[in-house]
Design a protein around this ligand. Structure first.
Ligand code: PMP
Length: 370
């Protein structure tokens, strides 16, 4: 039977597997950091209205520069991010994954390198590979914080073209202090002027502030965001970035023309009209996240401090211990995530009922294992 490796695929793709969080049909799915709340009905109505309008013009290509959408995203960032940004500071694409891909196509590529501090969001490395950018796995401490000196050393030694800092980090949940981001930015500029991408996919769930103000006076710093988490719109596929206008000009060198469909632009604009309602769900999720942390600790698990809508918990000792625990939790109808961090699993904050089901499952597991 013909397989991938029988095809003349690029060498660096041989023997590799695609990104694959299992999409299983189980009662409680807490594995991909989605927002558990469906969009409210008035917003669903508004989307239908906006999409109906857009449909009348679907014979035409969409606004290639998504100006109305970028203007509204800039207003949202200005209102919530502690820093004024305008349309020329903002760029949007199909999910922040595409934003990251466009950044790597622009600033990475063959003969260039990117670094991330792992464990972190695995797609950074996969998108690097897809764009022909060599990947460097930077260090993280035992407690999953970034050791500033060790990270600075790694940057000085490897002189990467792109540096990824994910805050709050996925899958560990902890935020990266502002001072660390500033120090790594300086280290990256000293090593070679390189782009520093601050991935803030989960920032709305954080106890702390966005690093958006850092783009001021730092043209090589990019903040990347998404509507997949706080806006509860993972199915929409809408990510965006904020940076110096030159960065927005630069990514347009690689974006496909009309990459953002008129339907996606209309839907995102409708969602942005309902920002306040959607951010209300964020507050509920933060409270549920804090409850998960407290209850997991009470049951006897170790938990990494979380600023996101998910929690990393453990430890599951022994070879394959975390995978075995993952399966046992799944056997009780709850799907969590095994990110391949030995000894640890990750659970997304769901509705109170979903979280109760998860806590019951891990309580039973604890009894069984002690
Ligand atoms: N960055 C991080 C840290 C993530 O965890 C995710 C999604 N899991 C993304 C980016 C991509 O999100 P999307 O493409 O849905 O915007």
């Amino acid at each position: 039977m013909t397989g991938i490796d029988d095809l003349p695929v690029r060498d660096e793709l041989r023997g590799k597997s695609p990104y694959g969080a299992p999409q299983l049909d189980v009662p409680v799915r807490l594995n991909t950091n989605e927002n558990p709340y469906p969009l409210p009905e008035p917003l669903v109505e508004r989307i239908a209205e906006r999409v109906r309008e857009a449909a009348r013009n679907l014979n035409r290509y969409p606004d290639r520069d998504a100006v109305e959408l970028r203007t509204e995203l800039a207003k949202y960032l200005t209102r919530t991010g502690g820093h004024r940004v305008d349309v020329e500071n903002v760029w949007a694409a199909n999910g922040s994954n595409e934003v990251i891909q466009q950044l790597l196509q622009t600033f990475g590529g063959p003969g260039r390198t990117a670094i991330g501090f792992e464990p972190s969001y695995s797609m950074h490395a996969l998108i690097a590979r897809g764009t022909g950018t060599a990947w460097i796995s930077g260090p993280r401490s035992e407690d999953f914080t970034i050791d500033r000196a060790a990270a600075e050393r790694a940057i000085a030694e490897s002189r990467p073209d792109v540096v990824f800092i994910t805050t709050p980090n996925n899958p560990t949940g902890n935020a990266v202090p502002r001072e660390t981001v500033l120090a790594l930015y300086e280290a990256a500029q000293a090593a070679r002027p390189s782009m520093v991408v601050v991935d803030e996919a989960y920032i709305e769930f954080s106890h702390g502030d966005s690093l958006l103000p850092l783009i001021e006076g730092r043209p090589n710093l990019v903040v990347s965001r998404t509507m997949s988490k706080a806006f509860g719109a993972a199915g929409l596929r809408l990510g965006y970035l904020a940076a110096h206008p030159a960065v927005v000009d630069a990514v347009q060198l690689v974006r496909l023309p009309y990459h953002l469909s008129a339907v996606a632009q209309a839907t995102a604009l409708a969602a942005l009209e309902h920002t306040d309602t959607l951010l209300g769900y964020v507050e509920q999720l933060k409270a549920e996240r804090d409850r998960l942390v407290a209850e997991l600790r009470a049951i006897g698990y170790e938990v990494t401090e979380s600023d996101a809508n998910f929690v990393q918990f453990g430890r599951f000792d022994g070879e394959g211990g975390s995978h075995e625990a993952w399966q046992k939790i799944l056997d009780r109808g709850v799907l969590v995530r095994d990110n391949g961090v030995p000894g640890w699993l990750r659970v997304s904050a769901g509705t109170p009922a979903e979280n109760d089901a998860f806590l019951d499952a891990v309580r039973e597991l604890k009894k069984e294992q002690s």
